[in-house]
Structure formats: structure tokens, C-alpha cells
Ligand binder design. Structure first.
Ligand SMILES: [Zn+2]
Length: 241
């Protein structure tokens, strides 16, 4: 199923479609309140946000070494279902990741990604090259928010909370070839996981498309736009050249 949609005029002259979470709701039991107490007590989180996390569905894409830290964070936070898409040749690592996840938190289900993107609340792509975006080309027509975290230099997180832009039409080179790993790549990854937490728990309204660019531990945020607004792109529902 799809989430709630609302449309408002975008600043770039396009329609800015923001995507909501699916409406599945659950109520925390006492064991869950104990398990997630540390984040439930954080101002702005609370039990309702935790319930949203537990009923949320996340797609996580990238190499095992890159997705593992995000997976640990999201499993610990209590995301209900995580679908994993690893690149060809790494499929055998999925079982180990799923086993580790179930030991960390048996309430989170970790399974291989499906062909369909239906029912997902968020996709997080993590890597040190464009590879994660190339693994799921259809994702950018699926109308769900996507966070693309590049852990090579300079560290970048593209928060594609509305489409366009997608990696192909954004005004930052998200599909450029791999650079050396960002020295603070662990920090960049942690920030990406935190942004995913905020989106899935809906502790804040979904932000506009935003680019976070890192220089050491400093981070500059700016609006993420289309590179050329007059050139159509697959992600906006029209045909690209
Ligand atoms: Zn696009």
C-alpha cells in the first residue's frame, strides 16, 4: 500500500510531492516500553513515535560493510521490517546480517529485498561509489523518500524526500565514480541513520529535498535541486532522453 500523499508547490516550479508513512499502527506493550525506553524518553520522540518505528518498513541498499552500521542502528531503534539489497556476489552475507540483527533485536525482521517497492516507508542507500543507486533504478519512480549516503570524499547525504530530484537529475554529482573513503565516514553514516530515524518515527515533518555535505565533522546543508529544470527525468514521471 502507499502512504498519505500531500502536494504543495515546490520552489523549483515543480510539484513537490511529499510521502507519508503507511497507516499501520500498533500499541507498545510493557516489554517494548522497557526495550526502547532510552529513545522514548528523548524529547520529541515518545511512545507514538516508537509505535511508528515498529510498524515501519525500510529498504537498505549497499555493500554489507557499508550497510552494516546503518542496519545496527535501525534494528536497535526498533524499525519493524528491513529489506536488504546487497550487490551481486554479496548475497551470501545477508544471512549473517539478518542473524546479527535478530540477536540485537528480535522484533525487527530482516529479509532480502523484494522486486516491488510497494509498502516501503523509506529507502536508505549507503556506499563509497554510485553503486547503491545503480542497484535499484526503479526506486526513483516509486514515490518513496530516499536517503543516499556517499561515504567517499566528500561525505554527502542526499535527502531525496520528494522527487525530483533523483541522483540522475540532482544538482550534485551523486553518480560520480568512487573517491577515497571519507576520513569521517563513520560519522557521516551515523548522521544518515539519524535522519532515517527522524523520517520513520515522524518526530518532525518530512523535510524538503536537502543535501548534507561534510568537511570533517562540519556539515553544510542546502536545498537539493534539479540540475536543469527544463530537461525531463524518469523520476518526475516524464520520459528522459
Ligand atoms: Zn530525476
Amino acid at each position: 500500500m502507499t502512504g498519505q500523499h500531500s502536494a504543495s508547490p515546490g520552489t523549483g516550479g515543480h510539484i513537490d510531492i511529499r510521502f507519508g508513512l503507511n497507516n499501520n499502527r500498533m500499541v507498545l506493550n510493557n516489554e517494548q516500553i522497557d526495550r526502547y525506553a532510552r529513545q522514548i524518553i528523548v524529547p520529541g520522540v515518545g511512545g507514538t513515535a516508537q509505535e511508528r518505528l515498529l510498524s515501519s518498513r525500510l529498504l537498505l541498499v549497499g555493500r554489507a560493510a557499508d550497510v552494516a552500521p546503518v542496519l545496527s542502528y535501525m534494528v536497535g531503534a526498533g524499525v519493524g521490517e528491513i529489506r536488504l539489497q546487497l550487490p551481486p556476489g554479496e548475497e551470501s552475507k545477508l544471512d549473517d546480517l539478518a542473524t546479527g540483527a535478530s540477536q540485537l533485536n528480535p522484533e525487527t525482521t530482516v529479509k532480502p529485498a523484494l522486486e516491488s517497492f510497494s509498502g516501503l516507508d523509506l529507502a536508505v542507500l549507503v556506499g563509497r561509489s554510485p553503486e547503491p543507486a545503480l542497484l535499484v533504478p526503479g526506486l526513483f519512480r516509486a514515490k518513496i523518500p530516499v536517503l543516499f549516503c556517499r561515504r567517499d570524499q566528500p561525505g554527502r547525504i542526499a535527502m531525496m524526500t520528494a522527487l525530483p530530484p533523483c541522483p540522475a537529475c540532482a544538482d550534485v554529482d551523486l553518480l560520480g565514480s568512487a573517491a577515497p573513503e571519507e576520513s569521517n565516514s563513520g560519522f557521516v553514516t551515523m548522521v544518515a541513520a539519524t535522519e532515517a530515524f527522524k523520517i520513520l518515527s515522524k518526530v518532525r515533518p518530512l523535510p524538503s529535498p536537502t543535501l548534507l555535505e561534510f568537511d570533517g565533522f562540519a556539515c553544510v546543508a542546502r536545498q537539493l535541486r534539479r540540475r536543469q529544470v527544463d530537461i525531463p527525468c524518469d523520476c518526475s514521471g516524464t520520459t528522459a532522453d
